[in-house]
Design a protein around this ligand. Structure first.
Ligand code: HEM
Length: 228
């Protein structure tokens, strides 16, 4: 069953409660595939896997100064959808930024909600291209680098568009909901139920601990840079 959770206190409680976990990937696949990517990133993990994978993302992001990203975004002539991925890939020292920018959308399209066979195949090709760019070994470090770029793609593009259209990102809420699955019977949901959490209603555009968006300072810096 799918349960929509709008009450801000309930949204906060579910986010903070380890009995509710991100919706686990529904398929497995070979190393270096889209299914592998979903199974290896912080976004869909919980417990010790999440702690370890999140540390990889945080280390990558800690090496990037948001102010430098803002400057790079201000100078970029790329369209709104591309700026965030391009400046992040550059800041991470990735080769061939154009390929990164071209491949990330196919991965982002089915990252949270896997699509049909054709979309999954396109995503498999895109993941393979990025794994190759990142040295060719599909390990957790590579997966979480790709995950970082994918997470940055759509949400930050929406912030950038708000910055361009309104000169401000104050009212932008690019991520309105997130999902969790109850692992046991709880007062809000039975074991196996999916909860759709209204982050916008709870005033939590970047989610909540322990999965608060680690890229929030970077995303805001990029959007503000574009609006300069
Ligand atoms: C530089 C841009 C960004 C990067 C690198 C980034 C990265 C990430 C990563 C790696 C996660 C997974 C964290 C985990 O599972 O522990 C995440 C989660 C999240 N991000 Fe971002 N993000 C960016 C931009 C944004 C923007 C612009 C928004 C919306 C305003 C946003 C909202 C969220 C939310 C709500 C979550 C938590 C999802 C959940 O709990 O289910 N992110 N982000």
């Amino acid at each position: 069953m799918e349960i929509f959770v709008e009450c801000p206190d309930d949204v906060r409680a579910v986010l903070a409660d380890p009995r509710f976990i991100p919706v686990p990937p529904d398929r497995s696949g070979p190393q270096g595939s889209m299914a592998w990517l979903r199974s290896a990133v912080a976004r869909f993990s919980h417990g010790t896997d999440h702690v370890r994978r999140r540390a990889i993302v945080e280390a990558d992001l800690a090496a990037i100064d948001p102010a430098a990203l803002a400057t790079a975004a201000a100078r970029s002539s790329r369209p709104a959808d591309e700026v965030a991925v391009a400046v992040l890939a550059e800041a991470l020292g990735m080769p061939d930024v154009d390929t990164v920018v071209a491949e990330v959308p196919a991965i982002a399209a089915g990252y949270l909600m896997p699509g049909g066979a054709a979309a999954e195949h396109a995503a498999d090709c895109a993941v393979a291209a990025l794994v190759k760019l990142l040295g060719g070994t599909p390990d957790e470090r590579v997966a979480n680098r790709i995950g970082l770029l994918v997470q940055a793609y759509a949400a930050t593009a929406a912030l950038v568009r708000a910055a361009v259209e309104h000169g401000s990102i104050v009212d932008a809420a690019p991520v309105r909901t997130t999902r969790r699955v109850a692992t046991v019977d709880t007062e809000l949901a039975g074991a196996g139920d999916t909860l759709v959490l209204d982050l916008a209603a709870a005033g939590l555009p970047f989610g909540g601990e322990p999965r608060l968006c680690p890229g929030r300072a970077h995303a805001v810096a990029i959007a503000e840079g574009v609006a300069r």
